[in-house]
Design a protein around this ligand. Structure first.
Ligand code: UD1
Length: 429
């Protein structure tokens, strides 16, 4: 099994064009099921989750071609409504197939989806919304079966769930009449989905606000679309530059998507320059941040909570981070402690007292963003860090080690832990 080996202490420097957004491409690939005339996607990141979604589409009868960062899809032949269990269990995003398959075939069956271990991830909002659109929902023996003809409706989410907003949009695109989703999530990836759908002839408006309106259409036409750059990956690389005291420019991105992140990085002492489509950071002495709370967009993203925690482990002073979206997303903390971080956590509050330096250790990624946090810690630590669980990192970062090597890091994939003495050096807790 592969691990990542990092010899810490090198400053990152350079320029980077960031990969396409994982959280955009997954619902967009599911949305392609609604378009029988062909879809051409650009800036597609090569991620395990993307390959998994493509495998699902192929198993349902779609023709799939993934080459470079482009995907060409022909879903005209899709007739199968049961998503293979082994693929569904691989990732949470299989849930996006409910809306489009139901809309397309009048029926869909899936087992409960898998995904990263970041605490309970219920799907009640997805199912409740689809029911409001007219779906019959049966749950038995670990399977969910939805059937029926969908009809536009006015419905509200109890919480602005990103995935539920997207699923309802997908279900409503070809439903009869008008659908209004109140208390919708406002994440940029929802705007990306709207833009993709509308380019193919859908009539969706309001994405990015808390009310999304979808007027049903009979069919979609051939579409070519370029996915948004990934704001979470962008934030990760900015923090990687900050934690190593390096300099980095991200090109061809949408800086407005990262306002909460760049503001916090500024507060932590980094010099930030924000252009029309690029962000530059120059790291220096890292200051503790008084308080950061994760929240739905435009707040600070939960997906960057673990990387921010890693950054604060070497800040001057005491930081407080409050996780308000996934209240059990803290499995990176014991791993960071193995590297000498001084962190205490109670309920959703995380207090971090910065230490002068971290020490390389053998650690394990337990979910995607926890993995990113450990990579940041390893880049800053003295000595060697070996991170197990690289498969989680590959779910969301398109070859992270290669990108970091290009920026000057000493990092590689290794077959077995090659570190002489993982965890050598004193523990600082
Ligand atoms: C999406 C992102 C994920 C990000 C998260 C929050 C994708 C593929 N993934 O996940 O990277 O961390 O948004 O920004 O886009 N909830 C319910 N019932 C539901 C659905 C959600 O109670 O039916 C709760 C969740 O447990 C969580 C909160 O709502 O506490 C937010 O979840 P949601 O916005 O749905 O996240 P995802 O769409 O799963």
């Amino acid at each position: 099994m592969e691990s990542i080996l990092i010899r810490g202490g090198r400053r990152l420097s350079g320029r980077l064009v960031v990969q396409g957004a994982k959280n955009s491409i997954l619902p967009i690939l599911a949305a392609s099921l609604l378009n029988c005339q062909g879809v051409h996607l650009q800036r597609v990141p090569d991620l395990d989750d993307v390959r998994n979604m493509l495998a699902i589409l192929s198993s349902l009868g779609a023709e799939v071609n993934f080459s470079g960062d482009e995907v060409v899809l022909d879903t005209a032949g899709v007739k199968e409504y049961h998503v293979p269990d082994y693929l569904m269990r691989e990732m949470r995003s299989g849930i996006f197939l409910l809306g489009p398959l139901l809309s397309r075939l009048g029926k869909v069956r899936v087992c409960y989806p898998g995904g990263c271990a970041i605490g309970p991830r219920p799907i009640n909002l997805h199912l409740g919304g689809l029911q409001a659109l007219g779906a019959r929902v049966e749950e038995s023996n670990g399977f969910i079966t939805l059937s029926g003809r969908l009809k536009g409706t006015r419905t509200g989410l109890d919480y602005p769930s990103v995935g539920a907003t997207e699923n309802l949009m997908l279900a409503a695109v070809m439903a009869e009449g008008e659908t209004v989703i109140y208390n919708a999530a406002r994440e940029p990836e929802i705007v990306d989905l709207q833009n993709f759908l509308n380019k193919g002839g859908a009539r969706v408006s309001g994405a990015g606000s808390s009310t999304v309106v979808i007027r049903g259409v009979k069919e979609l036409h051939r579409t070519s679309y370029r996915v948004f750059p990934d704001r979470i990956v962008s934030g990760t690389y900015l923090m990687a530059a900050a934690i190593t005291g390096g300099e980095l420019t991200l090109e061809d991105i949408i800086p407005g998507h990262l306002t909460a992140v760049t503001n916090l990085l500024r507060e932590s002492g980094a010099a930030m320059e924000i252009g029309a489509d690029q962000i530059s950071i120059r790291g220096g002495e890292i200051a503790a941040i008084r308080l950061a709370c994760t929240s739905p967009y435009p707040g600070f993203p939960t997906d960057l909570q673990a990387p921010l925690t890693a950054l604060m482990t070497v800040a001057n002073g005491r930081s407080l981070i409050v996780e308000k979206v996934f209240k059990k997303r803290f499995r990176h903390i014991p791993e960071l402690q193995k590297m000498g971080a001084r962190i205490s956590q109670k309920n959703s509050h995380v207090a971090i007292v910065g230490v002068p330096h971290l020490t390389g250790a053998g650690v394990e990624a337990t979910d995607l963003r926890a993995g990113a946090a450990l990579v940041l810690a390893g880049l800053a630590a003295r000595g060697e860090t070996v991170i197990k669980g690289i498969r989680y990192i590959d779910r969301g970062y398109d070859d992270l080690p290669r990108v970091l090597v290009l920026l000057g890091a000493d990092i590689e994939r290794v077959k077995k832990p090659a570190v002489s003495q993982p965890g050598s050096g004193s523990r600082k807790v």
